[in-house]
Ligand binder design. Structure first.
Ligand SMILES: [Zn+2]
Length: 429
């Protein structure tokens, strides 16, 4: 963790931008610098203003790359690397035809360890430095995932899937074994280094009332764990949930009545919400997670970003690999733009890059550690190159503003644009 100066064009956000002209929401230094010290950010600003104390440190010059906080992915399934890009299914068929078959392989701890390593290396190549991850129903697969994350020094949030019905027998836990395994994983990994646990009921269809009740118990026992699950993704899923929970007011009520809403609760998809559900998400300060590549790929529907944000619901952006089709948060932002276009809203590129960094950090209530370049924050950083391909170089010849450059990056960019990834100040790409 040696101290160093990273010289680059430097970008960091302070607030959610409300327009393309909103220059108060971010800082951008055309010739900037970030000083890292012991894995944290010690200083950032104009290179020419570098304090005397740092002037003898080694300098890495990343110009004309843009140095910014590492991207944050708020919903992904590491065990689905083997089924990403699988043809021809909507949600429920996709789960039974592809996902459950693949997830059964994770009973083998060596397999789980190998895919966990592969997943983490892949996201680091894409400039994703924190991810919120679903495992499988196997405790040992989660132990393997956390161990691989710890070995890389990563800030990760993850949890074992709870699933005690309506899935193949070899993948089911019981409400009690699911509780016990989650409890042991929390005791071992939550708060260890930079790791955090998320209680992870897969979704209402695969969880009995008893299992959801015990998920609520886990959250009450350890109030700073996260919760992650799926909500209102697909019409058939919503109908089946209503059939399984005839007493519930709506889909969200299945979770709400078991105490699963709150500021650390992340609900993937939230496409087909009733007005009451929107209000309950807002009032509980729960987070709706927008997964555009997945929603398009499975034909699930269009996430109404404008309505949700204007109603005061906290929103985050995510890949949902492997129903999501890209590990790249740039591609994810690009698809979020297109989905929003279909809803009549032009998501502006400042807002996209805010979401990929500070916005997603705020959705995780972790903005004091990640998502912004502030003194004392963890030095999880990336350098983004908007001229990584010949097509981008050609397009950039007619670009004259930061907002246009960011839009080119999200629309044409991919892992080739991630010139460097730093974790706690150490370069991993
Ligand atoms: Zn998912």
């Amino acid at each position: 963790m040696s101290d160093k100066v990273l010289r680059a064009r430097v970008l960091t956000f302070f607030e959610r931008p409300d327009s393309l002209d909103d220059e108060s929401c971010y800082a951008f230094w055309e010739d900037g610098a970030v000083v890292t010290d012991g894995g944290r950010i010690a200083w950032r600003g104009n290179f020419s203003d570098l304090p005397e104390a740092y002037r003898t440190l080694p300098v890495t010059d990343h110009r004309p790359g843009i140095l910014m906080p590492g991207f944050i992915d708020t919903h992904a399934h590491f065990a689905q690397m083997g089924v990403i890009a699988s043809y021809g299914a909507q949600l429920l068929d996709w789960l039974h035809g592809y996902t459950f078959v693949q997830e059964a392989l994770f009973e083998d701890e060596a397999h789980a360890q190998s895919i966990a390593a592969c997943y983490l290396d892949e996201i680091l190549r894409h400039g994703v430095t924190t991810s919120v991850v679903y495992g499988t129903s196997h405790k040992t697969a989660m132990d393997a995932f956390f161990a691989e994350a710890e070995a890389r020094g990563l800030c990760m949030i993850a949890g074992k899937v709870l699933m005690d019905r309506n899935a193949p027998g070899n993948l089911l836990d019981t409400s009690q074994s699911g509780y016990d395994d989650s409890r042991r994983l929390i005791d071992t990994w939550h708060g260890r280094g930079r790791l955090h646990y998320a209680v992870t009921p897969r979704f209402a269809i695969t969880c009995s009332e008893a299992q959801l009740d015990l998920a609520g118990t886990l959250m009450r026992e350890t109030p700073d764990v996260f919760l992650q699950t799926h909500l209102c993704e697909n019409r058939s899923e919503i109908e089946e949930t209503a059939r399984l929970f005839p007493g519930a007011r709506d889909y969200l009520d299945v979770y709400e009545s078991n105490g699963l809403l709150g500021p650390r609760s992340l609900f993937g998809h939230c496409i087909h919400l009733e007005p009451r559900e929107r209000t309950a998400l807002k009032e509980s300060r729960s987070v709706a997670v927008f997964c555009p590549t997945s929603n398009l790929f499975l034909g699930s529907g269009l996430f109404d970003y404008e309505t949700l944000t204007e109603s005061g619901v906290r929103v985050a952006l995510a890949t949902d690999v492997g129903a999501g089709t890209s590990y790249s948060m740039l591609a994810t932002a690009s698809e979020a733009y297109k989905v929003s276009q279909l809803c009549g809203y032009s998501l502006n590129p400042l807002e996209s890059f805010y979401l990929l960094t500070l916005g997603n950090a705020r959705a995780l209530s972790m903005e004091d550690r990640i998502g912004a370049l502030e003194a004392g924050s963890d030095a999880d950083l990336i350098v983004v190159d908007s001229q990584a391909t010949s097509a981008m170089r050609t397009r950039m010849q007619s670009s004259s503003s930061l907002t246009d450059e960011l839009f080119v990056l999200q629309t044409l960019g991919d892992d080739r644009c991630i010139a460097a990834t730093y974790i706690a100040g150490e370069r991993l790409k």
